[in-house]
Design a binder for this molecule. Structure first.
Ligand SMILES: Cc1cc2nc3c(=O)[nH]c(=O)nc-3n(C[C@H](O)[C@H](O)[C@H](O)COP(=O)(O)OP(=O)(O)OC[C@H]3O[C@@H](n4cnc5c(N)ncnc54)[C@H](O)[C@@H]3O)c2cc1C
Length: 282
């Protein structure tokens, strides 16, 4: 197997374009583990760790650009991710365990498109955008357009993720991520990310995304809209939870049955709304 360490994004893209079955290597947390587990080795591993721009963060009046090679630990520690953006920080701080958070990257998390991963869920709730580089230059797309199926993205063979834009969101909005896992540090049975803005006791804006309940992060516009304009009463939350559970397509696996996952969604939503509401008022 061949191995390359390009210094620039353009060099990385050229290598991807020129080599059949080439794969980007970020932290290696999943890719190397998969190779050890007997998955076919890529034709070439293109390590991204020497491309400096991929490890930078840029703050703008509209939000924060996070370089694809930022480790989860760095995202979790970035106090500029506050308000609505906090949802991304919250997910990075809770997912997996310290060894993985030290190793794995935000670009690897979206590039892998694991249906159980949590940063994709938080990024959907945050209405994030992804910048992608390819032979024709760079383009940005809403993060949900990146996720096509389990472990499948819309990236072309010769494209890579360069950075991710997390918008500041509505003034006064807060973001939260919750996970339910049977064993601490394991992938969650269900995860849920929420961005919420209140006006007094009335919900002004809500955006909910759910993980581990289908091939891609679940976002149901009707569920968000069911919460907006309400006081987030028990019935409002239960009905929004039902809309999400009905749209979910979970599977039975070692972390829980599909039925159990559907049952967890409204409960996690209720807890996330309570926590977010406390923060919004606090
Ligand atoms: C034991 C273990 C437990 C975990 N638990 C959790 C958990 O509880 N919650 C959770 O959310 N996640 C969990 N993860 C996933 C982890 O957080 C990372 O998202 C994942 O491992 C990717 O790691 P990486 O960044 O090192 O990417 P790599 O393993 O290096 O790459 C993963 C894939 O992404 C592609 N890729 C990498 N960077 C880019 C890029 N810039 N552009 C395009 N494609 C790219 C690679 O080609 C490869 O296909 C766990 C992983 C492991 C190994």
């Amino acid at each position: 197997m061949r191995y390359a360490e390009p210094q620039t994004v353009e060099e990385g893209v050229s290598l991807l374009a020129a080599t059949e079955h080439a794969r980007c290597l970020a932290g290696g947390a999943s890719l190397v583990a998969m190779m050890h587990a007997g998955h076919p080795a890529p034709g070439m591993l293109i390590s991204l760790h020497r491309i400096q721009e991929l490890s930078s963060t840029t703050e703008t009046p509209e939000g924060l650009w996070l370089g694809a090679m930022l480790r989860h630990r760095a995202v979790a520690a970035d106090t500029r991710l506050r308000g609505a953006m906090q949802v991304v920080r919250s997910a990075a701080a809770q997912l997996a365990h310290p060894a993985i958070r030290n190793m794995a990257t935000i670009g690897g998390s979206v590039g892998l498109a694991d249906p159980s991963a949590e940063l994709p869920v938080a990024l959907v709730a945050a209405s994030a955008r992804v910048e992608v580089a390819g032979p024709a230059g760079r383009r940005t797309l809403p993060v949900e357009e990146l996720f096509v199926d389990r472990f499948k993205t819309s990236l072309a063979r010769d494209e890579l993720v360069t950075r991710i834009f997390v918008p500041r969101g509505t003034q006064g909005a807060v973001g939260h991520h919750l996970r339910f896992s049977r064993v601490s540090g394991d992938y969650p049975t269900v995860s849920l990310s929420l961005v919420l803005a209140m006006e007094g006791d009335t919900c002004r804006q809500a955006r909910v995304a759910v993980g581990s309940c289908g091939p891609v992060p679940l976002h149901v516009d009707a569920a968000d809209q069911r919460l907006v304009g309400t006081r987030l009463g028990e019935q409002d939350v239960a009905e929004a939870g039902r809309l999400l559970a009905n749209a979910a397509a979970p599977v039975d696996d070692v972390r829980g049955s599909a039925e159990y996952r559907r049952m967890l969604i409204p409960r996690l939503l209720g807890r996330a709304l309570t926590l977010a509401r406390e923060h919004a008022h606090g």
